[in-house]
Design a protein around this ligand. Structure first.
Ligand code: C2E
Ligand code: CA
Ligand code: CA
Length: 652
């Protein structure tokens, strides 16, 4: 080091030069001090250190290498001067290069020449370099890396002074680098924390939305947005409590769409879904503020009417039916839907929500059976009612004992005015209650799994009676009704064959009537059985035609011979122009497909004449005859009120 005394003896020029030099060194150290204390980012510190160091020792190139955390490699994270770009960002294994040596030894390299390294240890730039000075950078907490000067500006070697200056510089600068590193770690951690916080906020938001969706979904039907069963039950309980408190009545309406399943099957679920949305809207439009409309599932809706009585219910039901009659547009189709509604009243029919719901359900099925718009719960009809259970037992006995009876209703050929056939209609004559009509007991038969023996029994009796008529010379065919369940029974065709041969009746005398909705219930499966029956030579007739949604293309695939136009169209034929049009086009459609037509429910002369004009083939109804017992039918045939086709007429 220079001692104060030395200054006196030096020549002024050299002294001046040394002072200037000192000045520069001090300014460098000041800058380093600032770097140490300042909050600079790592890259800025590196760059400024490299530039300053280059000035300090007048090196061609200065590079700073940082040791990797695992101490297996080092990376040049700053470089200034010649070849700087090449050096910058290069990562080398710690075994390689002078720098590697310095980092391994944690000792400075100075005055050494590159020739002293073994050839494998040199990388390209080192081989090109002449003189190198390399000092370790040691922080307070750990060893950081090294700072290298490569080649002296203007040639020559780095000297003792360069070494001392760079040592001083390196020791100071290490602190700055370490500070910046800590700062950067802090920043990274901070950024990471920020990012986490942001992510957390996003997640929180999402969670909140999902929560409210879930909450909404838990009480709302996702398709229609209406209250679901849970919410409906809640509102129902609330309305019941209120009615109890204020000594009022309240009502629950349960509503089920007619033929929804057929629409869904024929036109697809998306049409079905949109129809349900439309129905929800239509129904909602006629309700008052305190009423609650909800969807129970499928095509079932429920309406809670607080503070109401039987009369206002009738008004509400009318309004609901009218709203549904308004066409609902879905895609290119427009639907007017029918619905069956069941009404249960509080406190008359039930004291708690679930029993009231059951009552409304029972009433709804009764409305469906009777084809009425709605039914108010009737305890006598209830399956769970003790009376009902007794009736079920009686029904089972009647079927087992083959005690079912049959009424026969004639079918008249409109052109020849002759009776050409009869329809067998089941009757249950109850020992105490008398005659029970089919719409009251057939659904029960279906629900209790008795439909197979029941149908076979009716077939057997109908075929036997038909054979009797044929043997008496009457050429009458007999029609027997099948239920949807029968169309899923693969044994049916064979059993029918057995019955025919047992009674020795030609198969052409038997017609089977199947409703449109029964076929459309499971079209593909039904088709197999229908085809089998057709192959046997039994005639098939589509009953209640016009009330379902069988598509025309489907109709063409069915092996049927006859369409029976539903009596709801026939009855209003004279007054209702729409119905007249439906009947006319059904007749035309049937004829185009090569089918004959039967009009049901013909009650007046006027209707019969109109049907004849329209080209209808056959008529059936009270005008011609009510359904008659076997004996009464034989007397009727003998009376000659309408002529009957007889074998002797030669009319077949
Ligand atoms: P359906 O097959 O449409 O039978 C015609 C129904 O219309 C019969 O009612 C008949 O009495 C009634 N009817 C006949 N002429 C007229 C008329 O001019 N005006 C009016 N308003 N009604 C008329 P019923 O006997 O009560 O039968 C009701 C339904 O029960 C039948 O409707 C049929 O779907 C079903 N059914 C009857 N017997 C059987 C059976 O043995 N098996 C099955 N699966 N269903 C049956
Ligand atoms: Ca029928
Ligand atoms: Ca019918």
């Amino acid at each position: 080091m220079v001692k104060p005394g030395d200054l006196v003896n030096e020549d002024p020029q050299a002294l001046k030069e040394r002072l200037r030099q000192r000045e520069a060194e001090l300014s460098i150290l000041r800058e380093v001090t600032e770097l140490v204390s300042g909050a600079y980012d790592l890259q800025t510190v590196f760059e400024r250190v490299a530039v300053r160091a280059r000035d300090l020792i007048r090196a061609d190139t200065v590079a700073i290498a940082l040791l990797a955390h695992d101490q297996k490699s080092y990376t040049y994270c700053a470089a200034v001067g010649r070849n700087a770009e090449e050096i910058l960002d290069a990562t080398l294994p710690i075994e390689v290069g002078i720098c590697g040596w310095v980092l391994r030894q944690q000792k400075p390299w100075w005055r050494g020449t590159l020739e002293q390294l073994n050839p494998q240890e040199r990388n390209r730039w080192e081989q090109q370099a002449g003189t190198v000075i390399l000092l370790p950078l040691s922080g307070r907490r750990r060893f950081l890396g090294g700072i290298a000067g490569i080649n002296k500006q203007g040639g020559g070697d780095f000297d003792q002074r360069d070494f001392e200056l760079l040592s001083l510089f390196a020791s100071q600068v290490s602190v700055a680098i370490e500070n910046a590193m800590i700062l950067e770690e802090l920043n990274t951690a901070g950024r990471r924390a920020d990012a986490y916080r942001e992510k957390l906020e996003v997640l929180n938001g999402r969670l909140k939305r999902t929560n409210s969706d879930l909450q909404r979904l838990a009480v709302r039907d996702p398709l229609t947005g209406l209250p679901n069963r849970t919410l409906i039950m809640d509102r129902l309980r609330q309305a019941m409590r209120e009615a109890h408190r204020n000594e009022q009545n309240m009502a629950l309406i349960m509503l089920d769409l007619d033929h929804f399943k057929e629409v869904n099957d024929a036109l697809g679920h998306s049409v079905g879904d949109n129809l349900l949305i439309g129905v929800g809207r239509s129904l909602g439009s006629v309700l008052r503020e305190p009423d609650t409309l909800g969807r129970l599932g499928g095509d079932e809706f429920a309406i809670v009417l607080p503070d109401t009585d039987r009369e206002s219910i009738a008004t509400v039901v009318d309004k609901l039916q009218a709203a549904l009659k308004e066409p609902i547009r879905v895609d290119h189709n427009s639907f007017s839907v029918g619905a069956s509604m069941g009404v249960a009243l509080y406190p008359d029919h039930g004291e708690d929500a679930s029993s009231l719901l059951k009552c409304a359900d029972v009433a709804m099925y009764s409305a469906k059976r009777t084809r009425g718009d709605y039914a108010v719960y009737d305890p006598l009809e209830d399956q769970h009612n003790p009376d009902r259970l007794e009736m079920l037992q009686d029904l089972r006995t009647a079927i087992q004992e083959e005690a079912m009876s049959i009424a026969f209703q004639p079918k008249l050929d409109l052109r020849t005015n002759r009776v050409t056939g009869i329809e067998a209609l089941a009757r249950w004559i109850h020992p105490q209650r008398g005659v029970i009509p089919p719409f009251e007991f057939i659904p029960v038969v279906e629900h209790t799994g008795l439909i197979k023996p029941f149908t076979l029994q009716i077939l057997d009796k109908a075929v036997a009676f038909c054979k009797q008529c044929v043997d008496m010379g009457y050429l009458l065919d007999v029609a027997v009704n099948l239920s949807a369940h029968n169309l899923r029974d693969p044994n049916l065709p064979e059993q029918i064959g057995d019955i025919l041969s047992r009674h020795n009746l030609d198969k052409r005398f038997l017609t089977l009537e199947i409703t449109e909705s029964a076929i459309m219930h499971e079209p593909e499966r039904s088709l197999d059985i229908l085809n089998a029956l057709d192959r046997m030579g039994v005639d098939l007739s589509i009953d209640d035609f016009g009330t379902g949604y069988s598509s025309l293309s489907y109709l063409k695939r069915l092996p049927v011979k006859q369409l029976k136009i539903d009596r709801s169209f026939v009855g209003d034929l004279i007054e209702d122009r729409d119905d007249a049009m439906i009947v006319r086009s059904t007749i035309d459609l049937a004829h185009n497909l090569g089918l004959s037509t039967v009009a049901e429910g013909v009650e007046t002369e006027e209707i019969m004449e109109r049907l004849l004009e329209m080209g209808c083939d056959l008529a059936q109804g009270y005008l011609i005859s009510r359904p008659l017992s076997a004996d009464d039918l034989l007397s009727y045939l003998a009376s000659g009120e309408w002529k009957v086709s007889r074998a002797s007429d030669g009319v077949a």
